[in-house]
Design a protein around this ligand. Structure first.
Ligand code: GAR
Length: 209
């Protein structure tokens, strides 16, 4: 059973997709063992509690001392002995103190086809640029923000009359699919670094579930 920790900051619709499609799906050999939230009172915490999943709030009390927060994250998360840590709308930059403790175990979800539009306001940026195609990316989290190698991506076409709301809705639908698929692939042992080219991931997405 793949032990998954999910990190969130806000609404948690992607957490909900993982609860419905992974945690509660007897065909998927994975369970969410902990939800860590950066903000007290976030809707994502209610979603976890409704599903009977333990929660922990680890806030950034002092932005000048991010490493202190990350050491707390390490303590809270390592106790759960996770196999995979999923940043699903975690909106706070983490340092090497955290990422080096869990090498190749942290994946991040981002609402664009990286390397386009890293950082904040990815959907607004896509509209401002007038791109015809945006999308979503699940990638290995590294210290460079939104910088690690992609695991899965899905394109989302942009329509001429799209607003932030209409495009966000379709991007979110794609995120729910892609994030679920990524966790399923991990649960089946189908994701690994390319030993010949460590900047790339090898995904065995054929057959299976
Ligand atoms: C998602 O769109 C996710 O890609 C984004 O936050 C949203 C969370 O939605 N994350 C980032 O932008 C990280 N750079 P949710 O709380 O409804 O799952």
């Amino acid at each position: 059973m793949l032990r998954v920790v999910v990190m969130v900051s806000g609404n948690g619709s992607n957490l909900q997709a993982l609860i419905d499609n992974v945690h509660r799906n007897p065909k998927v050999d994975a369970e969410i063992v902990l939800v860590v939230c950066s903000k007290d009172g976030a809707r994502a915490l209610e979603r976890a509690e409704d599903a009977g999943i333990p929660t922990s709030v680890v806030a950034l009390d002092d932005p000048a001392r991010r490493e202190v927060r990350d050491a707390r994250l390490n303590g809270v998360i390592s106790r759960m002995e996770p196999d995979l840590i999923v940043m699903a709308g975690w909106m706070s930059i983490v340092t090497g103190v955290f990422l080096n403790r869990f090498p190749d175990m942290v994946i991040n979800l981002h609402p664009s086809l990286l390397p386009s539009f890293p950082g904040l306001r990815a959907i607004e940026q896509a509209l401002e640029w007038g791109v015809r195609l945006t999308g979503v990316t699940v990638h290995i989290a590294e210290e460079a923000v939104d910088g690690g190698p992609p695991v899965l991506q899905e394109p989302v076409p942009v329509r001429g009359d799209d607003t932030v709301d209409t495009l966000s809705a379709r991007v979110h639908d794609a995120e729910h699919r892609v994030l679920t698929r990524a966790v399923v692939l991990y649960s089946e042992g189908r994701v690994r670094r390319d030993p010949a080219d460590p900047r790339h991931m090898i995904i065995n997405d054929e057959g299976g579930s």
